[in-house]
Ligand binder design. Sequence first.
Ligand code: B12
Length: 284
Amino acid sequence: MAYIRFKKVKSEQYLYLVKSIWDSKKKTSKQEIIKYLGKASLVVKEDIPVEFRNDAKILSVLASYNPQDIQKREDATKKSRQQLFKKLTDGNIEECIKIYREYVQIFNISDFFDKILRPVMSKIGSDWQTGKLAIATEHVASNVAQTLVKIIMEQVSGSGNKKKILLCVPVGEEHHIGCDVLETYLTIKGFKVFNMGTSIPGDAILEFIDMKKPDIVLISITINDNIAAGQRLAKKIREQSKIPILVGGYALQTGDVPKFEGHIIKDIRLDEIPKILRNSVLVT
Ligand code: B12
């Protein structure tokens, strides 16, 4: 049976979806975390995995953490998503910035990326794939999204005193909005981020690692066909260095997990990444 558990850290409450498992040896039940849901005041129904989303008990516990606000926040999230989709496809950057500003006043920047921008980009991709959106409109929306992330990125700052992170993509990968979002978020969280961008040959990435000595490499792969190039890149990096390698991105979110010289991170919330980075250590 699944249920919600909370943990208090300083004055904030954090929610987890957990299940009980019977330990037949110890003849007792223990809890296993199904999903970390985030700060109690910000969790919405959609944070619950689909299979538990209509569980009345879970929903009522969720509502009890913020009874007045939960519906209002869910409506605001849905509205921001619809508005962003419209303004991106209209090519209206000023309105997109406005939607972003209004959203982060109530919520936060990682939720804007996780709950608004990513699902909207995903809808733009699937509408294009099914012919509901013209290719030209999809390109306009992608360019505006890129500009939006760039503008957000220019506004953020961080101490840069945590680990040094290198973000890169395999040759052939043209998608880089994911890396730009990661750069923005990790900079705010105090990491020093080197975002290599696209079209950088593997050898240049190796040279950069040798020169700047980052603490961790993140490889981002979006297109399934680029997984092999990503595997080659990870292998080359591993031959040269013991640096921790994390691999993620859209191409790795579904389907079988391919073999990599590195640790594959499947779909994950932005606010869970810093902890993984803090715990990443050199390969022995
Ligand atoms: C924008 C876009 C483009 C833009 C790219 C603009 C740019 N500069 O980045 C353009 C128009 C250029 C483009 C081109 C193409 N695209 Co495109 N594109 C998209 C779209 C609509 C959005 C991608 C995006 O920006 N998402 C938002 C970001 C924030 O999310 P994200 O990338 O997933 O990143 C997050 C996480 O994954 C995670 N993450 C990412 N990397 C890593 C790494 C680590 C280590 C970790 C921990 C986490 C992590 O953190 C990020 C932030 O939250 C997607 C649709 C979709 N469902 O995503 C299609 C999509 C990715 N494209 C697709 C295709 C097919 C193409 C083209 C082949 C089309 C064509 N025929 O020309 C070309 C290929 C270009 C190439 N060689 O790479 C397909 C891919 C199918 C597949 N998996 O193979 C998709 C899914 C569309 C679809 N539904 O079919 N595209």
